[in-house]
Design a protein around this ligand. Sequence first.
Ligand code: FES
Length: 107
Amino acid sequence: MPKITYIEASGLRHDIDVPVGHTVMEGGRDAGVEGIVAECGGSCSCSTCHVHVAPEWVDKIPSREEMEEDMLDFAIDVDPVTSRLSCQIRVTEALDGLVVHVAKEQA
Ligand code: FES
């Protein structure tokens, strides 16, 4: 099972095994990672699952679709390169080792 590292705003690190087919949001939320609020439950309509993907991973995950781009406009502290809505990243074996930093503040 792919292992994903979530780093909370406080610096607390969680290494979590997330089943293939789940989203990065679900993996963090279900494990109680602080800061993954996910108000809309993963339907790309809230932006409270905002994370910053570690720079070395940005090109290894599928890029944002238009709806995610639009919702990121409502997030706080958005980075044009590293910001993602974690509910829009589907976990595959290729994401084993992915590192995401939970946004300091969710909109
Ligand atoms: Fe609402 Fe991701 S959980 S946009």
